[in-house]
Design a protein around this ligand. Structure first.
Ligand code: NDP
Ligand code: 8X3
Length: 252
């Protein structure tokens, strides 16, 4: 069978990177996206030994760059079988009255509008073929709201709504759409949220066993390898130590 092409946004770190590594070893061609060119190149150099890898450097906030990137794909990568909308982050953790408007813009522009731009750029070919698979990386923050999570939670609630809306609207075209919604995963997520304060970031993942990026990569691999009539529509996964955004069994 012909190898499928999988496009992953946010492939330079965390969940996206682990997914790229797993899929490279399991018979998928990869289109890897992010803003950090040196990390993209390192992934291509490493994973390119196992599979065909194409890298695209752009910011998902930049609408024109998104469309240019997709239209620049060489022929062998131009058919996208699976789109993994993973790029995103939290920026800040502040009460709503003290939040930074730059942080709000970043979260809504990247997590919501970036996901929409990517989907808009890729969907026409899926609609034309009447096949394809979109996986939206949501969050438990898209299922509940926690103190100071306000705008990040809003962005992930939007991903939840868009995931449902896409599934409804694309149903007639036979396209699979589903979300994977993780709880706490130890990645660069908290470094970004706390703007490089690594000590504060580390406290988010200490005293219990958080999920690792590989745990989510395993799930994504499972989701995309189901027979085509099976669509995992919405999946929530947390560390065993986590019961909700605020209830975490820590041994300190
Ligand atoms: P990381 O910070 O490790 O990775 C984030 C990725 O997103 C990086 O590859 C980064 O690449 C990319 N990215 C960020 N902003 C942009 C942008 N403007 N344009 C293009 N790419 C961008 O975090 P995670 O792996 O944890 O996060 C991945 C997804 O998982 C996010 O959507 C996040 O909300 C979600 N998530 C994370 C959880 C966690 O606890 N870690 C839990 C639930 C969901 P680069 O900087 O090179 O552009
Ligand atoms: C990331 C999980 O709880 O830090 O989406 O918001 S949380």
């Amino acid at each position: 069978m012909e190898k499928q092409n999988v496009l992953i946004t946010g492939a330079t770190s965390g969940i996206g990177k682990a997914t790229a590594e797993l899929l490279a070893n399991n018979g998928f061609n990869l289109i890897l996206c992010g803003r950090r060119q040196e990390r993209l190149q390192a992934l291509k150099d490493g994973l390119g030994k196992n599979t065909n890898v194409h890298i695209l450097k752009f910011d998902v906030r930049d609408r024109d760059a998104v469309f240019q990137a997709i239209s620049s794909l060489p022929k062998e990568f131009s058919k996208i079988d699976v789109l993994i909308n993973n790029a995103g982050n939290a920026h800040g953790l502040d009460p709503i009255d003290r939040g930074s408007m730059d942080d709000w813009d970043a979260m809504l522009d990247i997590n919501v509008k970036g996901l929409l731009y990517m989907s808009k750029a890729v969907l026409p070919q899926m609609v034309e073929r009447e096949s394809g698979h979109i996986i939206n990386i949501g969050s438990t923050a898209g299922k509940e709201v926690y103190p100071k999570g306000n705008v990040y939670c809003a962005s992930k609630h939007a991903v939840d709504a868009i995931n449902q809306g896409m599934r409804i609207d694309l149903n007639e075209h036979g396209i699979r759409v589903g979300a994977v919604n993780p709880g706490l995963v130890e990645t660069e997520f908290s470094d970004v949220r706390f703007k490089g304060d690594t000590q504060r970031a580390e406290t988010v993942y200490t005293g219990y066993q958080p999920l690792k990026p590989n745990d989510i990569a395993d799930i994504i691999h499972f989701v995309i390898t189901r027979p085509y009539h099976v669509n995992i529509a919405d999946l929530v996964v947390m560390p065993t130590a986590q019961a909700s955004s605020t209830i975490i069994k820590k041994e300190l």
